[in-house]
Design a protein around this ligand. Structure first.
Ligand SMILES: Cc1cc2nc3c(=O)[nH]c(=O)nc-3n(C[C@H](O)[C@H](O)[C@H](O)COP(=O)(O)OP(=O)(O)OC[C@H]3O[C@@H](n4cnc5c(N)ncnc54)[C@H](O)[C@@H]3O)c2cc1C
Length: 382
């Protein structure tokens, strides 16, 4: 498999890097310390059609392919230092993809144009206070059928964009008595639906601008038209979505890893100790070599997963390997970057400490590293 980017993809990547550097890195330290969402930068990204890339033109999208979207996310992770904003954008893109893949023509018409324009903010809610890694098996949120729709009861935890979401894609049990795989369904819930409470954002160690919190459903009525996909299709939607998610989120992580690598190499060339640049001390150079290896190998597996998805093929194994390898590589690289920068790496001014704080979540969301290992071993037939 060859991974040569087209001229258009290279031009688009360069345009995103220029845009992010000029337009969306302002006020980050304030937003980061106050835990506020940068709505103005969000709108600029939407105006730049970052959210719309993958969706069809008839719904306000650009009709680009998945590999191009991955290239754009990588460019954004590289040039936008606000990983919380990048995660919020990725969540919106993934919600759009779910509606595009499983929605009715009416649902696509109702939601996708506003999603593309960034006018409405979307979230997807699977995790619960008592069900994370075993989200489907231990799910408690119920959706009971009524004469004219469904009533949802339960709560969802750690939902990205949740506290500011206009629309939430919610997974709930419609038939707890059948096997879990066939008993889960998926619903489009709007903030206007009575019975949905969006709780305040949780304070986190990183991704501080990302608004992430609990959603409570208390006799929340939705019409039949809110069902996304067929009744009982929730687990299929979940599995399909995870494959896309584990190919898209690592793209942003890889971009950040590339930035951290470049910053660290430049610093190691400039900073001197014991009469030579610190990069000439082998134990410092080894850290930079490890980062380079993580970046180059991460890119190969990521582009393989993205190319398979672009060709309409399954990529469960490749996506899980990409998620595991790149998120762990990013976390270790950020830790090493702090060490290479010495005391300055620990200082907020140098911005490496924020990359480190942000990187930790990458090994947790979209399935923890341990769960990726479990998936890979299952796919190996173990
Ligand atoms: C920043 C952030 C954003 C998020 N965004 C969303 C979102 O938008 N929507 C959403 O639905 N959820 C979201 N989540 C939730 C996330 O998907 C869960 O936190 C994650 O799946 C882990 O679940 P848990 O926190 O309940 O941990 P647990 O499942 O309780 O796991 C705790 C530990 O046990 C390990 N463990 C559990 N089971 C096994 C096993 N079988 N084998 C080996 N180890 C195991 C885990 O790997 C972990 O180390 C987000 C989380 C974070 C941190």
């Amino acid at each position: 498999m060859e991974f040569v980017l087209s001229e258009e993809q290279v031009d688009l990547r360069d345009a995103i890097i220029r845009f992010a550097r000029q337009e969306i890195n302002h006020d980050l330290s304030t937003h980061d310390s106050e835990g506020t969402f940068p709505f103005d930068s969000w709108q600029k990204c939407a105006d730049m059609q970052i959210i719309a890339l993958l969706l069809p033109e008839e719904y306000g999208g650009c009709g680009s392919d998945f590999l191009t979207t991955v290239v754009v996310m990588q460019a954004l992770g590289y040039s936008c230092k606000d990983a919380g904003l990048v995660h919020a954008l990725a969540t919106q893109i993934l919600c759009g993809l779910q509606i595009h893949l499983f929605g009715t023509p009416e649902q696509k018409q109702r939601y996708l144009p506003a999603l593309c324009r960034g006018e409405k903010i979307f979230a997807q809610a699977i995790t619960e206070p008592g069900a994370g890694s075993d989200a489907i098996g231990a799910m408690r949120t119920r959706a009971e059928q009524t004469a004219d729709g469904f009533v949802l009861n339960g709560s969802k935890m750690f939902i990205s964009n949740g506290p500011i979401a206009d629309v939430v894609i919610v997974f709930a049990l419609t038939d707890p008595d059948v096997s879990r795989l066939g008993g889960v369904s998926c619903f489009m819930v709007e903030k206007e639906n009575a019975g949905l409470e969006r709780c305040r954002s949780i304070e986190k160690m990183g991704l501080c601008t990302l608004q992430n919190g609990e959603l409570v459903f208390d006799d929340c009525h939705v019409p039949n038209s809110a069902l996304l996909g067929r009744k009982g299709q929730g687990a299929i939607i979940f599995n399909e979505s995870m494959e896309w998610e584990r190919s898209l989120l690592p793209a942003a992580h890889l971009g950040t890893l590339e930035r951290v690598l470049e910053t660290s190499v430049a610093y190691a060339k400039k900073r001197a100790a014991f009469g030579k640049s610190i990069g000439k001390h082998q134990s410092v150079a080894n850290k930079l070599v490890d980062m380079k290896v993580a970046f180059e190998l991460g890119r190969l597996i990521l582009y393989k997963a993205a190319t398979l998805k672009t060709q309409g093929k399954r990529a469960a194994m490749e996506a899980s390997i990409a998620k595991l390898f790149i998120s762990e590589g990013l976390k270790q690289s950020c830790l090493d970057a702090v060490q290479v920068h010495g005391g300055y790496g620990f200082a907020k001014e140098y911005e490496i400490e924020r990359d480190l704080r942000d990187s930790v979540a990458a090994t947790i969301y979209s399935g923890t590293s341990e769960m990726q290992q479990a998936i890979i071993s299952r796919l190996m037939g173990l």
